[in-house]
Design a protein around this ligand. Structure first.
Ligand code: FRU
Length: 480
């Protein structure tokens, strides 16, 4: 939603109790709230931030402007979780309240250091002429949720970088802390800077160099670069804005992509033998995915189900955005798999045979098998007139197609209403489909291909229809 700059950057303290209540009431009146996906309390949710493990719990923050569905003065909102399925807001926020983050506490990461959680984020600072000074700054969060910001700036804007320099990710590689930061060079090409904490002191970051990951610079900015180590391979997750479509076919306004690499050379510095660039998700919206290597050995990731610069039907209810399910990453046959953590199965309340199910409450999981050499067409969010979200799983020609032109309130149609991806043909396929009122996450072959999307169903759009082909399996109603 377009709101004037004065509104979006109005100090938090100036918003009155009455104004806040009005916003909360608008949010509450939406018909599209999710049951088991995290949404903002009010306003806009964008990137996942600070996804980590600390104090016996998983920690997750989200980027938020709390006063409406727009990108305004951003804060981090803290949530925590025992099981990676239920996230609870704690009331802790990292607010843009000092000179080093005056125009927004932008995205970043977190890592336990000593007995505190170190938050590494971008302080978005602008001067009176609206000239931006992007600062990489830090804060501690203790076990009681007290936040203490560092006075010193940790990384200043380097001379070979424009104002687009943000989203530090701290990670531990062989006992040494490193950080990568997304950047734009003076020729307006996206790249990534690598830093290292001298003597592992998070107050003291030294530039290692520009991280060579085989990028071409066809993008104008790399947002939210994220390095995780999956089954021994460095995997770079990133959001290259403006990436040339000759390099990668994508339809969303900005893609969310990855590369699987063979090694991390900390000297050069380089990601050795990077794969080609691949779409992380084939749905209508998944962005700024953040992953981390959890202490229990799993590699966990979570995505913003939303995109920058796109308006959503919920905007008129003063909120926007949701978080995906938490996914576990693995590599099989050289391919990256993303599949919801096992605990998601705890949401299952009851099980029925898929074939018996025609009406739903739009809060369910389907677990389906599609035989080889069949073209199966399903309609979800279906209504009596045969309209609905079209999902084709074609194991004959090897394709999955998702078409939302006949489902829900239409938006962002300038980016097309259909998404598709390739599948190995001639083989059977499975689909795990999570529907949550206005969110759908589709996992083909247990996470080989993923489609994450919003659908904003209209009255009566809650059916399931098998239009053609064959699909067998189960319907699970899910608990809120
Ligand atoms: C990505 C992003 C980040 C930035 C944040 C601001 O969606 O633009 O690069 O830190 O959002 O909210």
């Amino acid at each position: 939603m377009n709101l004037p700059t004065e509104v979006r950057y109005r100090p938090y303290k100036d918003w009155t109790k009455e104004e806040r209540e009005t916003i909360s009431n608008h949010v509450a009146s939406s018909p599209w709230h999710t049951s088991y996906h995290l949404e903002p309390n009010t306003g806009l949710l964008n990137d996942p931030n600070g996804f980590s493990y600390f104090n016996g719990k998983f920690q997750l923050f989200y980027q938020n402007w709390p006063f409406g569905a727009a990108h305004g003065l951003k804060q981090w909102v803290h949530t925590e979780s025992d099981d990676l399925v239920h996230f609870t807001e704690t009331g802790v926020t990292l607010e843009p309240d000092n000179a080093n983050d005056s125009h927004g506490a932008y995205s970043g990461s977190a890592y336990q250091v000593g007995d505190k959680l170190f938050l590494f984020y971008t302080g978005n600072v602008r001067d009176e002429n609206w000239v931006r000074d992007p600062l990489q700054v830090g804060a501690w969060m203790d076990k009681d949720g007290n936040i203490e910001k560092f006075k010193e700036v940790l990384i200043q804007q380097p001379s070979d970088v424009t104002e687009h320099f943000r989203d530090p990710q701290i990670f531990d590689y062989k006992g040494q802390f490193y950080a990568i930061v997304g950047a734009q060079n003076l020729d307006k090409q996206g790249f990534i800077k690598l830093y290292k904490a001298v003597d592992n002191d998070v107050y003291n970051w030294e530039l290692v160099g520009d991280l060579d990951f085989g990028g071409t610079g066809s993008e104008y900015m790399i947002e939210c670069p994220n390095l995780v180590f999956v089954d021994g391979h460095p995997v770079l997750l990133y959001s290259p804005q403006g990436l040339d479509k000759s390099e990668l076919n994508y339809d969303n306004i900005y893609p969310n992509t990855y590369k699987i690499c063979q090694a991390f050379d900390t000297e050069k510095p380089a990601l050795v033998e990077p794969s080609e660039i691949i779409n992380l998700d084939y749905g209508f919206e998944a962005y700024a995915t953040q992953g981390f290597n959890a202490p229990d050995g799993r590699v966990l990731s979570i995505s913003w189900i939303g995109l920058p610069d796109v308006d959503y039907p919920t905007d008129r209810f003063d909120y926007q955005g949701a978080m995906s399910l938490v996914k576990e990453l693995s590599i099989k046959n050289g391919k990256l798999y993303q599949y919801p953590v096992a605990a998601v199965a705890d949401l299952r309340a009851s099980q029925e045979t898929f074939a018996d199910k025609t009406e739903t409450n739009n809060c369910y999981e389907l677990e389906l098998e599609i035989p080889a050499n069949t073209k199966t067409e399903l309609r979800l969010f279906a209504d009596q007139d045969g309209k609905g979200l079209q999902l084709i799983i074609d194991t004959e020609s090897g394709k999955v197609i998702l078409d939302r032109s006949q489902a829900g309130e239409q938006y962002a149609t300038e980016f097309g209403t259909r998404r598709e991806c390739h599948l190995e043909s001639g083989e059977s396929a499975t689909a795990n489909i999570f529907v949550d009122n206005s969110v759908i996450e589709i996992f083909i072959n247990k996470g080989e291909k993923v489609f994450t999307s919003r659908v904003f169903p209209l009255e009566g759009q809650n059916g399931i229809q098998l239009i053609s082909g064959q699909a067998s399996g189960s319907y699970f109603e899910l608990k809120a």
